[in-house]
Design a protein around this ligand. Structure first.
Ligand code: KIV
Length: 287
């Protein structure tokens, strides 16, 4: 195993112009596979509200659900930096609650860091969490927890005033102490400007080619979530088709008596079996 990827490695990667590869994960098996495959950081994203729970947005996801998934993922991760995504209302109500909830990700969920959505308006919250010694990743642009304010999952920062506001957001987050900033669904030229105007790495999702790293939802790249595929996703496998084929084959084998075969069964000791059969014989003659 290469050495553990840490928040310091994020900084080094930006300085050395090495791109950072991040993916989401929601359970132990997947986390273990993608950690062993060499991804730098894993986010237990509140996107699990959509791809795991089948909701239309991330808004229904609770802290307890996030902690549960974070625990599962943390057991499968050795090398990657593990980031827990703070769900809706876990950090917006009071700063005290935000620090406590961020602490739960580390103490109960086994996370190395947390991520939260929002720019300038969240700077004080970020500062308080960092003061509690918990590294924070920012997230600006299309922040899915604001879907009702945005009126849908729409590209952000196309207009000059919004673009300027996003640059200010990134600077405010950096100043508040984040170790990286996710830029979601913004024009790539704006992502480039932001990337050049902060010292911390930017991690793009639908933010083009010039971010310091990239993140995608694992179910999207593996072709396991077909409800909706954003333009910025590249599909590296089509596991849905593989699963459909495998399940159909299994069903066919069961119905045609091809499964289980002898090699899938447990054999019994011959003497025990003989004795059981003899008992059965006795009972039948008694009747
Ligand atoms: O919840 C999530 O998975 C995310 C990433 C896609 C950035 O926030």
């Amino acid at each position: 195993m290469d050495s553990k990827f840490t928040v310091k490695s994020f900084q080094t990667a930006k300085q050395q112009k090495q791109k950072i590869a991040m993916l989401t994960a929601y359970d132990y098996s997947m986390a273990r596979i993608i950690d062993e495959s060499g991804v730098d950081a894993i986010l237990v994203g509140d996107s699990l509200g959509m791809v795991v729970q089948g909701n239309e947005s991330t808004l229904p996801v609770t802290m307890d659900e996030m902690i549960y998934h974070c625990c599962c993922v943390s057991r499968g991760v050795k090398r990657a930096l593990l980031v827990g995504d703070m769900p809706f209302l876990s950090y917006q109500v009071t700063t005290e609650e935000a620090v406590r909830n961020a602490g739960r990700f580390v103490q109960e969920g086994g996370a190395d860091a947390v991520k939260l959505e929002g720019g300038k308006a969240m700077a004080d919250v970020v500062r308080a969490i960092v003061r509690a010694q918990i590294p924070v990743m920012g997230h600006i642009g299309l922040t899915p927890q604001s879907v009702n304010i945005f009126g849908g999952f729409k590209v952000q920062g196309k207009e000059e005033d919004r673009a300027r506001a996003l640059i200010e957001d990134a600077r405010a987050l950096e100043e508040a102490g984040v170790f990286a900033i996710v830029l979601e669904a913004v024009p790539e030229e704006l992502a480039k400007l932001i990337t050049e105007s902060v010292h911390v790495p930017t991690i793009g999702i639908g933010a083009g080619r010039w971010c310091d790293g990239q993140i995608l939802v694992v179910n999207d790249i593996l072709g396991m979530y077909s409800d909706f595929t954003p333009k910025f996703v590249r599909r590296y496998a089509n596991l849905k088709d593989t699963i459909v084929q495998a399940v159909a084959q299994y069903g066919g084998d069961v119905r045609a008596h091809r499964f289980p075969a002898r090699e899938n069964t447990f054999a019994m000791d011959a003497t025990v079996l003989e004795s059981l059969r003899a008992d059965g014989e006795e009972k039948r003659t008694a009747i």
